[in-house]
Each structure stands twice: as structure tokens, then as C-alpha cells.
Ligand binder design. Structure first.
Ligand SMILES: NC(=O)c1ccc[n+]([C@@H]2O[C@H](COP(=O)([O-])OP(=O)(O)OC[C@H]3O[C@@H](n4cnc5c(N)ncnc54)[C@H](OP(=O)(O)O)[C@@H]3O)[C@@H](O)[C@H]2O)c1
Length: 224
């Protein structure tokens, strides 16, 4: 991997170090024509070795993983080896995580969620974070995780959650992998939902056999 923009280093831990906590970054992959999924309908059909290397590095560095329930359902997420927070408005724990070891999975949801009682029974009340009445307050989620000692937050998407993290100002950073492929067809982009307009500042750009891996900063208002 070579650095196109950023400090001269080959050490991914150094290149991806976060400047402070709390810090929330989102990591996503897309094709050159903007598809966030490939033929199987998941990101697993477009990612590659360079993306996997950075994906693994970011997971290893984070205190906690935050992911939207739609991504967990589509990609059949299992436990992540560190605390995994599923964001769900409906408050339903996806099937693939129902047998996860107690304490390894948390749910971030809202007070009116239909699945609230069942989620508390399944995960334990401590693991169910009610953050708002009708919607999940994402900046508050970031703060609540920091209060638990998890100041370095990695979100692995998906597109609706990324859009909401950007709109709410909770995201400090977006890491994107652009793989050198075109797929056409009908696929989501890495952001889905109502329009946002979030300027980004390029912090790092790596290249590996045509794959471009960037760190983009949002200068988020919730950053402190
Ligand atoms: N290219 C990539 O890097 C990448 C990364 C991740 C996922 N993906 C792909 O994206 C697709 C899934 O897309 P998606 O947009 O459905 O993913 P998503 O954002 O993970 O899931 C949407 C669901 O997550 C919950 N959610 C998201 N934002 C929320 C918020 N602000 N508050 C409360 N709940 C929230 C809701 O769950 P409830 O319905 O339970 O209320 C919502 O229906 C899959 O094909 C997956 O493979 C691609």
C-alpha cells in the first residue's frame, strides 16, 4: 500500500490513528460507479484484499462497533470480538445475533420501539440503550458509549445509518474504499435517505493495485 496523500508511513495503525476521543468513524466500500453492494446484494461481493486489510485494522483499533440493523440482517453479522451495538428503530435484535454471548451485543433504540421488552429479555436491560422517544439520538449514542469507556467508535454502516450519522453531526470521519470495478445494475450508494450536504476534508489517501482508500474528516460539530 502506498501513501498518495498523507504522512510517509507503511504502518496502518499510525496512518489510521484517531486524534482524540470521543471519535466516531464510519468505514464503507464502493465500486468506481458508486455501488455499495455487488451481485450478492452485500458489500462482501465488492470488497477485496486491500479493503479487508484496512477493515480488520479499523476493527482492531476500535473500542466498539456500531452497525445498522439492516446491515446485520443482510450480512448475517455475528459477534465482532468486541462490543457490537445494533441501531434499530423497531428495537428488534436480528436473528444472527440472538445467540451471541450475553454482554457482547447491545441495542440502541428508542422508547416507542415495538421490540423493546423482548430485546431487554434477550440481551439484558443494561445492554438496551433507549436514546430518544421516537428516533435514536446518534450524538447521544456516541456520548453514552464514551461514558462506558468506549470513546473510539467504528461504524460499519450501512447506508441509511451513515446518512443519519452525517445528518446528525455524530460522524467525525468517513473511511472509504473505492475498488477498481464497475457493476451497473441496481445497487445502493454508501449513503441512502433524505438529502444531506456534508463537506469532507481529505486526510489520507492510500493506493493498492488500483484500490483507493481514503480518510475523510467531517469537522463534525459534536467533535470535542
Ligand atoms: N458498501 C458498504 O460498505 C456497506 C456497509 C454496510 C452495509 N452495506 C449494505 O447495505 C445494505 C443495507 O442497507 P441499509 O441502508 O438497510 O443498512 P442500515 O443503515 O444498516 O440499516 C437500516 C436499518 O437500520 C436501522 N437504522 C438505521 N439508521 C437508523 C437510525 N438513525 N435510527 C434507528 N434505526 C436506524 C433501522 O432498523 P430497523 O428496521 O430494525 O428499525 C433501519 O431499517 C446491505 O446490502 C449491506 O450489505 C454496504
Amino acid at each position: 500500500m502506498r501513501v498518495l496523500v498523507g504522512p510517509e508511513s507503511t504502518d496502518l495503525a499510525e496512518l489510521y490513528a484517531v486524534p482524540r476521543t470521543p471519535w466516531l468513524r464510519v468505514n464503507m466500500v464502493s465500486t468506481v460507479d458508486g455501488a455499495a453492494t455487488g451481485e450478492t446484494g452485500t458489500s462482501g461481493s465488492i470488497n477485496n484484499a486491500a479493503d479487508k486489510q484496512v477493515f480488520d485494522q479499523l476493527r482492531a483499533m476500535a473500542d466498539v462497533i456500531v452497525v445498522g440493523a439492516g446491515t446485520v440482517r443482510a450480512e448475517r453479522y455475528g459477534p465482532a470480538g468486541k462490543p457490537l451495538v445494533v441501531v434499530s428503530r423497531r428495537g428488534q435484535v436480528p436473528d444472527s445475533l440472538r445467540d451471541a454471548p450475553r454482554g457482547s451485543v447491545l441495542l440502541a433504540t428508542c422508547g416507542t420501539a415495538e421490540g423493546l421488552g423482548a430485546a431487554r429479555d434477550l440481551l439484558g436491560a443494561e445492554q438496551v440503550l433507549v436514546l430518544g422517544s421516537h428516533r435514536v439520538d446518534l450524538p447521544l449514542l456516541k456520548q453514552v458509549l464514551a461514558d462506558r469507556g468506549w470513546g473510539h467508535v467504528l461504524s460499519e454502516g450501512g447506508p441509511h445509518l451513515l446518512r443519519d450519522l452525517l445528518a446528525s453531526g455524530a460522524a467525525d470521519e468517513l473511511c472509504t474504499t473505492v475498488v477498481p470495478r464497475l457493476v451497473a445494475g441496481e445497487h445502493p450508494r454508501i449513503t441512502q435517505g433524505p438529502p444531506v450536504d456534508v463537506p469532507l476534508r481529505l486526510h489520507l489517501l492510500l493506493e493498492s493495485e488500483g484500490t483507493l482508500l481514503g480518510r475523510w474528516l467531517t469537522d463534525s460539530p459534536t467533535g470535542q
